[in-house]
Design a protein around this ligand. Sequence first.
Ligand code: PMP
Length: 417
Amino acid sequence: MITARTTTEYDVEAVRSDFPILRQMHSDNVPLVYLDNAATSQKPASVIEAIDTYYREYNANVHRGIHKLSEQATSAYEEARLKVRKFINAASKREILFTRGTTESINLVAQTWGRANLKAGDVVISTVMEHHSNIVPWQILAAEKGFTIRYVPVLPDGTLDLDYLGEVLSKEPVKLVTLMHVSNVLGTINPIEDVIAKAHKVGALVLVDGAQSVPHMTIDVQALDVDFFAFSGHKMLGPTGSGVLYGKRALLEAMPPWMGGGDMISSVKLTGSTWNDLPYKFEAGTPAIAEAIGLGYAIDYLTQIGLANIHQHERDIIGYALDRLREVPGLTVYGPTADQKGAVAAFTVEGIHAHDIAQLLDSEGIAVRAGHHCAMPLHEHLHVNATARASFYLYNTPAEVDALITALHNARKTFQL
Ligand code: PMP
């Protein structure tokens, strides 16, 4: 059940009341302040209940059984696919592949499209700010195939060096540009429309890692004209183990399958096999059924609140957080200013290691992440080995930002700074 109102006046307390985990205390008299949303989001009761109902009332395998429960499970699983299609405005449900998350989606593209199309002499463009999941799959394949990877540098203001991108696109045989939409560390919102248009002009395809954008802003894959778009369910109120790869139908049709097994075949003979239609060609074995259904309910919830409302709420929160973080002596926030940034603030405090910051904040009930956030090349570029990261979502409040600031002042006192 969704109780939050969808008026222009955003009712954050009503939103919070939909998330059972937010009702708990961290410890005696210490409320839980969850600011680790870039790692994973919390789940509303409607998603938790949808998963519970599936297991209690219609648990069965999909696409196979000719019995009532299996038909029910199949129709719920396929309905979730339709919800995803509509949510990102894909042209067809055949373009929506269920995966375990962004990592699996990108590896799928590397191991099928990449393996079939990339060879020595070709160039793939990635960026210095990427999550490891959009660097390592290409490095693994490049070691085997011999193509070159060029990385777009990050400028001092935390944005991408688009002149470098233009230069490589105009001078080298680029087959693919693969980049994140929103940085999980800097918060930078990359101008992907522009990148896609430029790449297409020279015949290169574009893969966008939307792990940090789909949960927070409206995405229209047809308007973007993007070739592949990857995202994770667990960062957008859905369960872990749910994710999506969108691909243009003609590309997916032409791509060989990745994993072989049940469901992805049309026929199997000992002399060879033929493949099922899209999207099933890429969904070998029993899929994550409950997880896909849960993701569908997460999309219902986000749609009900309204992504435009969520986006505006986050803009307010990150703007307030950046203003208040400036009050903490010795604190540096990395990345662009609030107007070009998602709801993420990665920072260091002079004289305190990021892990110590996270530990001291945790003792005051505040959950943030510390480390390299799976972006080691970016941290090397920033000349820091770790940052602390506060990341916000639809249920966070200005009072939670205040709690973060107070705890940071207390951390400095503990370190006698
Ligand atoms: N890309 C980005 C930008 C991310 O933030 C993450 C998750 N931290 C991933 C990819 C990987 O997502 P997952 O672990 O769900 O596959």
